[in-house]
Design a protein around this ligand. Structure first.
Ligand code: NAD
Ligand code: ZN
Length: 345
């Protein structure tokens, strides 16, 4: 089968021909119909050898959809041909967080050698993918795979991040979304669908701000010298009730701390390396919180797909073939995509 492999530190990923994986006992093989490209992949490919924690080559892609193809020994209750989405942040399935469906917070996964596809385990940018357990497959139903595959991360991650702050986003509040790319443009829609908050988008790109407005942002601010003052004014006297930062560099973290209001949530989602702090005691408004969520739970993935079925969230996608996947990553790195790049093998 064909697959997209990251083979050498610093090099572009390459299309390779490798044997299709066979499902072992309890495992399921899917024929991949769509895979999404995430900024986390380009982050991974930007790491120097010392910091790159996975064996190479690595098949890329942690957003995946497909149809059930072959059942490993002992697997029952799944029909070949059924369309499915892949739940990526797989855990041990037995510990306390996993028992709640929060496999994204499994404390044992890495120790047991369990890694998400494309982030340690073979990724979704391939013609076939084996998942270690049938529970990692969520029914896609009649949702179009290419249009919805990005919901498995670019939808699930902001959904999980926003759900943690829902109680604070009541009438008259403001929510700020910093970075309206793949994840951020879905965050804007989720905030509009789930809360009455005024949504203020911030980005360094006019094109991404246009997208934010197109998908429902109430205001869009180009990042620059006066951004904090502009956002504060748009947020009204109380400051922002929540800031969702999909970048996390020093400028965006500083912006978040400058615009957050009393009891507000600063939610750091981007994989940038800036630090946010709560001290000295008077530095942030009273009772403000800083959180750094990761991906989402299995039940949340089902909920996000339901929101798509109801027409409340729609991922803006640009389509590429597997051959064109390196180009998709180039465009992602250069910041010229509108929404998410989706590869259809
Ligand atoms: P993306 O490239 O599609 O979007 C990033 C957006 O941020 C772009 O629109 C870009 O113009 C904007 N931006 C860049 N610098 C900015 C700045 N200084 N101020 C304002 N906007 C700025 O990336 P993506 O795939 O949406 O991923 C977003 C981030 O989330 C990445 O860091 C990714 O690694 C991370 N991520 C985290 C998780 C998690 O579980 N925590 C999951 C998935 C992705
Ligand atoms: Zn991702």
């Amino acid at each position: 089968m064909r697959a997209l492999h990251y083979r050498r530190i610093g090099a572009e990923p390459e299309l390779v021909d490798v044997p299709a994986p066979e499902p072992g006992p309890g495992q399921v093989r899917i024929r991949v119909t769509a895979a999404g490209a995430c900024h986390s992949d380009t982050f991974l490919m930007s790491l120097p050898e010392e910091a790159f924690g996975y064996p190479l080559p690595l098949a890329l892609g942690h957003e995946g959809a497909g149809v059930v193809d072959t059942l490993g020994a002992g697997v029952t209750g799944l029909e070949p041909g059924t369309p499915v989405a892949v739940y990526g942040p797989q855990g041990c399935g037995r510990c306390y967080p996993c028992s709640h469906g929060k496999e994204n917070y499994c404390p044992d996964a890495a120790g047991l050698g369990i890694f998400p596809p494309g982030l340690g385990a073979p990724g979704t940018m391939a013609e076939y993918l084996v998942v270690p357990d049938a529970r990692h497959l969520v029914p896609l139903g009649d949702l179009d795979p290419a249009a919805n595959v990005a919901l498995t991360d670019a939808g699930l991650t902001p959904y999980h991040a926003i759900k943690g702050s829902l109680g604070k986003l009541g009438p008259g509040t403001a929510a700020v979304v910093i970075g309206t790319g793949g994840l951020g443009h879905v965050a804007v829609q989720l905030l509009k669908a789930l809360t009455p908050a005024r949504v203020i988008a911030v980005d360094v790109s006019e094109a991404k701000l246009r997208l934010a407005r197109d998908v429902g942002a109430d205001a869009a601010v180009l990042s620059g010298a006066g951004t904090a003052a502009d956002v504060r004014e748009l947020a009204g006297g109380r400051g922002a009730a929540a800031v969702f930062d999909f970048v996390v560099n020093q400028a965006t973290v500083d912006l978040g701390t400058e615009v957050i209001g009393t009891e507000g949530d600063i939610v750091l989602v981007g994989l940038g390396s800036a630090t946010a702090s709560v001290g000295p005691v008077s530095a942030l408004p009273r009772d403000a919180t800083i959180r750094a969520p990761y991906w989402g739970s299995r039940d949340e993935l089902i909920e996000v797909l339901d929101l798509a079925r109801s027409g409340l969230v729609r991922v803006e996608t640009e389509r590429f073939t597997l051959q064109e996947a390196p180009e998709a990553y180039r465009r992602l790195r250069d910041g010229t995509l509108r929404g998410r790049a989706v590869i259809t093998p």
